[in-house]
Ligand binder design. Structure first.
Ligand code: ADP
Ligand code: MG
Length: 190
């Protein structure tokens, strides 16, 4: 497994590589700004990683990167992910507890539950898989199944609320993002 910095770098690069797909999903489900928003966030986080702090523990690194992401102003999803990273930072010694804390904060801040066509639908099954002792690969598969399931959901939170039947058959952009990042993390672990 690579170190956390290398993993975050790989995740940011994947976000940038996925820009067009993220944009096109949000054009159907939301307002089309998802790719641009997240690219801005990923570029800001990569720049922050290029300014390493001396002897920075993991929790402080994650908090600093979360605040960088938040300050970059990357829409609802970027803001919620930054909240989740901040909440998870103190529990970052283990991926399951980190993601569990992040999920709890994102659900509280966004007032979303599963089944509402959001990133929660990919993140929650991944957390359950890890908490049940599953591997990262199993968690990534659970996230992918969760993201696929959002295709048939009607949006209930965020801008997908206004997409109506237009978004039927298209996965939620945030759920697609989470599944993609989990898949990338699996690659990093190989
Ligand atoms: P916006 O255009 O509204 O600023 P983004 O395009 O940045 O939003 O992000 C859209 C994604 O954010 C959605 O695909 C969804 O996964 C996620 N999202 C939106 N609202 C919520 C919410 N209340 N709780 C959880 N996730 C949400
Ligand atoms: Mg949007």
């Amino acid at each position: 497994m690579q170190n956390i910095e290398q993993v975050i770098r790989a995740l940011c690069k994947r976000v940038i590589a996925e820009k067009e797909t993220l944009t096109s999903l949000d054009q159907t489900v939301g307002d089309g700004d998802f790719g641009v928003n997240l690219e801005r966030g990923a570029v800001a986080v990569l720049a922050a990683l290029d300014r390493p702090q001396i002897q920075e523990p993991t929790d402080q690194l994650l908090s600093r990167l979360a605040m960088t992401l938040n300050a970059a102003g990357c829409g609802t999803c970027g803001t919620l992910i930054s909240f989740g990273m901040l909440a998870g930072a103190a529990r970052s010694d283990d991926l399951a507890t980190f993601l569990e804390a992040a999920l709890g904060k994102i659900m509280q801040a966004g007032r979303a539950q599963t089944g509402e066509k959001t990133m929660i639908d990919a993140l929650q099954p991944a957390v359950v898989a890890l908490k049940n002792g599953g591997t990262l690969e199993e968690a990534a598969k659970a996230a992918q199944r969760g993201a696929d399931a959002t295709k048939e959901m009607a949006g209930a939170k965020g801008r997908s609320l206004y997409s109506g039947s237009r978004a039927k058959g298209t996965p939620d952009p945030g759920a697609y993002l989470i599944a993609t990042l989990m898949e990338e993390a699996v690659h990093c672990g190989r």
